[in-house]
Design a binder for this molecule. Structure first.
Ligand SMILES: Nc1ncnc2c1ncn2[C@@H]1O[C@H](COP(=O)(O)OP(=O)(O)O)[C@@H](O)[C@H]1O
Ligand SMILES: [Mg+2]
Length: 318
């Protein structure tokens, strides 16, 4: 349903998004997880046709977001980081207005507005001016405007940012209830968000995709193993076999770092410190130990950066 291929976006000398590719199947909820500045909003703006990529292409239901923008946008609902509400309009007026822009036929518009208000539980706010809405209601109206033309795809940029814990739970339930009928991509910099709402996660850091997997697998991968980088001068011998024999080592692969000879990535069970034994295995064979250091996976870096607590953000950050 969504196909992103090798998207790169540069702002002057800043590369905000760097060769990002992923696909989302129909009815799926995909989480786009990464710390602030990772490139989430930029990717979503490209997906929704608000901005062209510098390189690469994105398609919604087979329609290129730049060559066939009208067809692509017809199938896409977008909740930007800040919902674009008009303060002087009531909720009903605003949704009717968005419906008109999005091409909902006049005869259907009233029913459609009532339908989406019901769907996101804001019917009792219909006559309230947008300016007078709480943050939680503003976010729901934002989701309602994304739904008004019944798009196949929903792109939600940090849909729970700035909400209080109760509103966060309600919004997650709402999003889950929309899956199936809609294909959803939501971005977040908060880990629990993806584990509770999404079936699959793309982890992005500094503009690059560092992992794509289910939340369960990602967490298992992180907990499961530790990797050391070892560089050995073993002459003409292959050091891999010797390294593999060290107790606690589960896997040895030849490092693919360019220009590094005799480099190995050594995986071990988490919690087992194999460094001394690795060093001994090398030295007792008379080889040179050139380097031995833990490898921080970028996946792990991201997990360390993304908040694991459910803290509503300070209003000042918005
Ligand atoms: N309009 C812009 N001009 C210049 N740099 C930008 C612009 N928008 C975003 N950036 C930069 O691109 C990077 C990614 O930003 P963004 O996509 O907003 O990340 P995220 O949504 O993950 O926080 C950041 O380094 C940000 O400073
Ligand atoms: Mg953002």
């Amino acid at each position: 349903m969504i196909d992103v291929q090798h998207i790169t976006k540069r702002y002057g000398r800043v590369t905000a998004v760097d060769d990002v590719s992923f696909r989302v199947e129909r009815g799926e909820i995909l989480g786009f997880l990464g710390p602030n500045g990772a490139g989430k909003t930029t990717t979503m703006r490209i997906l929704t046709g608000y901005m062209p990529p510098s390189e690469g292409r994105a398609a919604i239901a087979g329609f290129d977001t730049f060559d066939q923008p009208i067809e692509a946008k017809r199938r896409t609902g977008y909740l930007p980081e800040t919902p674009p509400l008009y303060p002087d309009m009531t909720v009903r007026e605003y949704l009717d207005f968005v419906g008109r822009i999005k091409g909902v036929p006049p005869k259907q518009r009233k029913d459609r507005v009532a339908e989406v208000m019901q769907r996101v539980h804001i019917t009792d706010m219909a006559a309230r001016h947008c300016a007078k809405l709480s943050k939680g209601y503003r976010q729901r109206v934002g989701i309602a405007q994304a739904l008004i033309h019944n798009p196949d795809v929903l792109i939600l940029d940090e849909p729970t940012a700035g909400l209080d814990p109760k509103q966060i739970i309600e919004t997650r339930e709402l999003i889950r209830s929309l899956a199936g009928d809609h294909t959803i991509v939501l971005s977040t910099h908060i880990l629990p968000e993806v584990s509770q709402t999404c079936q699959r996660v793309v982890i992005i850091n500094k503009g690059r995709v560092v992992a794509v997997d289910t939340p369960q697998n990602l967490i298992a991968r992180l907990k499961g193993a530790e990797t050391m980088f070892v560089q050995v001068d073993a002459g003409s011998e292959d050091a891999a076999v010797a390294l593999e024999r060290v107790p606690g080592v589960t896997r040895v692969t030849v490092s693919e770092q360019p220009g590094v000879a005799g480099g190995y990535e050594v995986e071990s069970d988490r919690g087992v410190d194999v460094r001394r034994e690795l060093a001994r295995a090398v030295v007792t064979r008379g080889w040179g130990l050139l380097e031995l250091r833990p490898m921080r996976m970028s996946l792990e870096e991201v997990f360390l950066q993304v908040t694991t607590e459910e803290k509503p953000e300070e209003a000042t950050r918005a």
